[in-house]
Design a protein around this ligand. Structure first.
Ligand code: LP5
Ligand code: MN
Length: 256
């Protein structure tokens, strides 16, 4: 499904974009960076976009229910993240989320508690006269055939309903097992296979007549200049978070 946000940016508008934070209870340093970002940097923006993999794994919004939070080591981290987002949405700007391959089960309850809005992928925006597409990025990694098959399976609503019907403990077990299988599978894949496919990127630019594409997932931060149909285009790749946080700022001056 495609979605277009029609609001145009005004001259002084500042948009922030983050992705691939992979927040989890075992990385308090990441939560600390996130808190710093949300209090010191995010308030400079009027719109904040989170382009997927905010969390290391999200096994369903019902993990927020009090009866499930009691045994969940991530519960305090979730609450802290939710509080920061809600504070941003209530006092600073519009908040948007997109699903990543780790947190595609984020749903309406998460939207409600954060006062954010989940976007379809891709979403198209018009920022300072440039038609820009926003994606997580995994769907462009078409050479990774095993992953695309896996993606097709776990994005199937029937599969998701079945998964969400399991008790929390079993879901945690399945998610851990998927992570292990994914790590193992990646040892057998080349870096090229796990990057975006350049032809898929060009087709995407051409089909949607966009000037710019912004995505995460590959963790290969860069600004790629390319020519499609004889016209100059830009593909901006976000960085994941680690020792340092990372955000893109889109202003009338460009992307930094
Ligand atoms: O995640 P990352 O960045 O390390 O690697 C990704 C691809 N891997 C994944 C899998 C996730 O890491 C698993 C975590 C999911 C947590 C969510 C829990 C909710 C699950 C709910 C289900 C409805 O996305 C990796 C790519 C890499 O990016 C680069 O693009 O290569 O892809 C893989 O490694 C996938 C393997 O190639 C195939 C995995 C086979 C798993 C088979 C599962 C069988 C079904 C089991 C059902 C219980
Ligand atoms: Mn990802």
């Amino acid at each position: 499904m495609n979605q277009t946000i029609t609001n145009q940016t005004t001259l002084n508008n500042v948009v922030h974009i983050i992705s691939d934070l992979h927040l989890c209870a075992s990385r308090p340093d990441l939560l600390q960076l996130f808190n710093k970002y949300m209090t010191e940097y995010a308030p400079e923006s009027q719109q904040l976009y989170v382009l997927g993999d905010l969390f290391e794994a999200w096994i369903g919004d019902d993990c927020l229910a009090p009866e499930n939070a009691a045994n969940n080591p991530n519960a305090a981290m979730y609450q802290s993240v939710i509080d920061s987002f809600k504070q941003y949405a209530e006092n600073h700007g519009e908040l948007y989320f997109m699903h990543g391959n780790r947190d595609f089960l984020l749903g309406q309850d998460f939207e409600k508690v954060t006062s954010g809005k989940l976007l379809d992928e891709p979403t198209f925006v018009n920022w300072h006269g440039k038609k820009t597409a926003l994606m997580h990025g995994d769907s462009l990694c078409t050479d990774d055939v095993a992953y695309q098959q896996f993606r097709g399976m776990v994005r199937n609503p029937a599969w998701q309903s079945e998964f969400l019907a399991y008790p929390m403990a079993k879901r945690v077990e399945i998610a851990n097992s998927l992570r292990q299988q994914s790590k193992q599978a990646q040892t057998e894949k080349s870096n090229e296979i796990m990057d975006v496919n350049h032809q898929a990127v060009e087709v995407f630019f051409s089909e949607h007549q966009i000037d710019c594409l912004i995505h995460g997932h590959t963790h290969r931060q860069a600004t790629h200049e390319l020519i499609v149909d004889g016209v100059a285009k830009q593909r901006v790749v976000l960085s994941d978070w680690g020792d340092r946080g990372f955000y893109l700022a889109v202003t009338s001056q460009g992307i930094s």
